[in-house]
Structures are given as structure tokens and as C-alpha cells.
Design a protein around this ligand. Structure first.
Ligand code: C2E
Ligand code: MG
Ligand code: MG
Ligand code: MG
Length: 283
């Protein structure tokens, strides 16, 4: 109330914050039921090789179809889930959906690795490896069918613990990606120790690289750094042809972004893929 008496601007700000708090609390309540109520949806976004346009996998991205609020994006509920003890069931839902989709594609003769995002909390869960193993067993998946993405900042919350967890995940054979690279302040010494296969350059740098020289330098040095460490490099948030051409000229390996496709419902992917093959027969 003190802030409210200090002037109009503060009153608006405080009111906005109260409303935001109330909204978040209500969402936490709803999230408890949402998973069992079948309100989560699996979307996937394709990745393609810059050298030849070939599809090389999809990233699994979750959406929440809220009965009153419409479709919610992860930025509205992932951190809520992390802070209210609901991230494990949510990650399990996404893994189950991703493994299931991968199974369906294998039945249809499609070979499309699916990358699942893990959160910082998942990395700290002593049962994570057992959970992942169970999904592999249930769906008869091979290590090459499923990949995992871990953000650089999640790893840096507990560098030593993350390193151990990554080794145990890597023992299962799946490819591991460092996500949102460039935003998490890891050191070269630390990176060198991580048993990962690829680095994903954060989309904030990719989206800026043609207009901002600092971002361009970061993109270019990340590509060189990754290659020096024998890692592949993926650019996320590639929105147009100009970005694609620029990254290709810099020697980046893989692109993900609207220039290829927005995230689409997992069930719609096979049709999207055939349509793309029809339009660009060489890919
Ligand atoms: P991310 O893993 O870095 O995923 C890429 C995000 O960039 C996605 O946002 C995607 O829709 C968006 N994107 C892709 N291409 C473009 C583009 O060309 N331009 C722009 N402007 N954006 C693009 P989304 O789906 O909203 O997900 C946001 C973040 O939420 C993800 O970032 C990921 O960290 C997290 N997330 C999503 N699904 C899950 C999940 O199942 N589990 C966990 N733990 N986190 C998830
Ligand atoms: Mg990701
Ligand atoms: Mg990413
Ligand atoms: Mg990102």
C-alpha cells in the first residue's frame, strides 16, 4: 500500500504485480490437474542441415491448452512448474509423449530423432536416469531415437552435479545438446569436460546477428569454439533466408527456426514433411 500512495505510476505497477501474482497462483492450482486432465500438447519443430537442407530431427516443445485461457506457451508455466514441484510430472508427460511419437514414426518408417528439454530440477533428481530408462524400455526406443537438451544456465546452477548427471545420461547413449548457449556464463574449461554432442546458439544472438556486430561476433566465435571442441553447432531462431545464408557461410551445421517451420502439432509433422519433400525434391 505504501507504493500505491507514492503516485500513479507506482499504483499501476503494484496493481499489475498483484494481478500477476494472483494469475500465477491460479495457474499453479490449474497445473496440478492439467496433466492428468489431458491438457498438455506436444509440438515439434524441425531442424535442418545448412549444407543441404536435409531434416535431421525435431525438438519437442510443450504447450498447455488451458480450458479458459487458451493455449499457453512454456514461458508462462515451465518456471511455475519448477517452483511448485510439478516439473517432474510435466517432464514425464513430455518424455512419454515424445517417446510415443517417436514410436509411431518408427512404425511409419520415419527416422526422426526427437530432442526433449530437461530442466534444472530434472538434473538434480536422483531418479532421472531411472525415469529415462523406463521410457526407453516402455517404447523400445534406441539411443539414437531420443536426444536431450539442457540449458547452459541450468547446468551452471550446479556445475559439478550437472557434470555427473550428464555423464550418466550420456551412458544411455543419447545425443546431448547445450541449449541457449551464450546466456549461461560457462567457462571453456567446464565446456571441455561436458560429455555433450552439440551446442545450440541462443536465438537472441541469431536474431540480432545481421544488425548487431556484437551478436554477430558471438555467433561466429561460438561456431568456431564448438568446432574446436569437436562439437556440432545448431543455430536456433533462424527466421529468414538471409539468416540461413549467413549461418551457412559461417560454417554452422544445423538450423532451427521459422525459416524451416514454426513448432507444429506432433501429429501434423509427417504430413508437413511430405509436403516439404514435394516442394523441394532435392531435400
Ligand atoms: P528452447 O528450448 O530454446 O526452444 C526454442 C524456442 O524458440 C521455442 O519457444 C520455439 O518456439 C522458439 N522459436 C523457434 N524458432 C523460432 C524463430 O525462428 N523465431 C523465434 N522468435 N522463436 C523461435 P517455446 O516453444 O516458447 O519454448 C520456450 C522455452 O521453453 C524453450 O526454449 C525451452 O527452454 C522451454 N521448454 C519448452 N518445452 C519444454 C519442455 O517440455 N520441458 C522443459 N523443461 N522446457 C521446455
Ligand atoms: Mg531446447
Ligand atoms: Mg534452445
Ligand atoms: Mg532458447
Amino acid at each position: 500500500h505504501q507504493a500505491r500512495q507514492q503516485g500513479h505510476g507506482h499504483a499501476l505497477y503494484t496493481g499489475g504485480r498483484d494481478r500477476e501474482c494472483a494469475r500465477r497462483l491460479a495457474l499453479i492450482g490449474d497445473l496440478h490437474r492439467a496433466i492428468d486432465a489431458g491438457q498438455m500438447r506436444l509440438y515439434c519443430q524441425p531442424k535442418a542441415r545448412l549444407a543441404n537442407g536435409e531434416l535431421c530431427g525435431v525438438e519437442a516443445l510443450v504447450r498447455w491448452e488451458h480450458p479458459q485461457r487458451g493455449t499457453l506457451w512454456p514461458n508462462e508455466f515451465i518456471s511455475l512448474a519448477e517452483h511448485s514441484g510439478l516439473i517432474s510430472p510435466l517432464t514425464d508427460w513430455v518424455m512419454q509423449a515424445a517417446f510415443r511419437q517417436s514410436y509411431v514414426w518408427r512404425q511409419e518408417g520415419l527416422s526422426v530423432p526427437v530432442a526433449v528439454n530437461l530442466s534444472a530440477r530434472d538434473l538434480r533428481d536422483p531418479k532421472l536416469i531411472e525415469r529415462v530408462r523406463n521410457h526407453f524400455a516402455t517404447w523400445g526406443a534406441d539411443a539414437g531415437d531420443i536426444q536431450f537438451e539442457l540449458t547452459e544456465s541450468a547446468l551452471m546452477q550446479d556445475p559439478q552435479g550437472s557434470l555427473e548427471c550428464l555423464h550418466r545420461l550420456k551412458d544411455l547413449g543419447s545425443a546431448l545438446f547445450i541449449d541457449d548457449f551464450g546466456t549461461g556464463y560457462s567457462s571453456l574449461a567446464y565446456l571441455q569436460k561436458l560429455p555433450v554432442d552439440a551446442i545450440k546458439i541462443d536465438k537472441s544472438f541469431v536474431q540480432d546477428m545481421l544488425s548487431n556486430n556484437d551478436s554477430n561476433v558471438i555467433v561466429r566465435s561460438t561456431i568456431d569454439l564448438a568446432h574446436d571442441l569437436d562439437l556440432e553447432v545448431v543455430a536456433e531462431g533462424v527466421e529468414d533466408r538471409a539468416g540461413w545464408e549467413h549461418l551457412s557461410a559461417q560454417g554452422c551445421d544445423v538450423a532451427q527456426g521459422y525459416v524451416i517451420s514454426e513448432p507444429i502439432r506432433a501429429e501434423a509433422f509427417a504430413a508437413w514433411r511430405s509436403e516439404r519433400a514435394r516442394k523441394t525434391p532435392t531435400h
